[in-house]
Design a protein around this ligand. Sequence first.
Ligand code: ACO
Length: 334
Amino acid sequence: MSFFRTKILGTGMCYPQRVFSNDDFAKIIDTSDEWITERTGIKRRRFASLEGGEFPSDLAKGATEEALQNANLKPNDIDLIIFATITPDYRLPSCATILQTKLGITNQCAAVDIVAACSGFIYGVTMAHSMIQTGLIKRALVVGAEMLSREINLEDRASCILFGDGCGVAIIGRNEDANDPSEILTTKIGADGTGREFFQQEYGGSANPFTPEVLQTSARFMAMQGKEMFRVAVRTLTDISTSALEAANLKISDIHWFVPHQANIRIIEATGNRLGVPAEKVIININEYANTSAATVPTAFHGAVKAGQIKRGDLVLMSAFGAGLTAGSLVVRY
Ligand code: ACO
């Protein structure tokens, strides 16, 4: 069986219009810009309109249109949509099928949502990469999109300030040009289900459906054990990044850019220090957009491409961890 090389053909991002600053939070809960900035690195985030037009599939449409333009492709060139989200527009149908219609795709391409929390984009790229490598498909759209503002518990001031809404996408495709060095070199994904209680949302599923009583309480929202997540995050991000680099036969000093999941600036700094990545090689957007779960890695990557930091030919390490606990890492030559 022959294997095809794969590459990132194009990327895009889209955020809701509404900016919600730390000072805005200080008006509704007992907190301050100083506390949030110092503990998390976050200054502001975007919150989607509850009126519609900015649901995850809407943001994904905007981000995909940008990616298609960058890749010089048409919607019907996409053979597969993988939509990573923990906050889909609806329980049924999937965001991926809704997005297919919104993009005007008529080729009946496969479309599926995946739930891997903040590692969702890296899981999605890994799946797309393997299917393109083996020749099953030629091009895949991988989306990370969230509307976490719907799921935050305003009674828990240590967690509600961490999250935001947004979307980042990448179109992955075959690279059949032997003279083009762009390539997804290695991917690593994994999970440790024993860490489930560190970050979960217990209600709203089959085990604990919403009841009128639950809907009256904050039990319906996301709940996180911040200190435990912090500790596990640094270790997991370091381990999975090291493992992806080893599989690519590369050293950390070979890497031009590190694009980590944007959960907390102190997690990013601690991981960078452990890996030995100089601060100037680390891409950060948490200050502007907070933690957008599956959207942090693709938006940080796209933002850096757009700003002229990450260039074609650069070696990039992308790593994420999230609820589950899940983790993933990619090494790509962009
Ligand atoms: N404003 C002001 N004070 C606050 C706030 C707030 N928003 N939140 C908590 N505090 C107070 C607490 O009440 C506590 O006060 P006390 O000492 O008088 O009791 C004090 O600040 C310290 O609270 P801690 O919870 O110990 O604060 P910590 O330093 O652990 O920071 C934080 C909390 C920012 C949540 C940190 O634990 C963290 O970043 N954890 C990791 C979060 C994370 O990575 N999540 C990833 C999610 S996974 C994913 O992305 C899917």
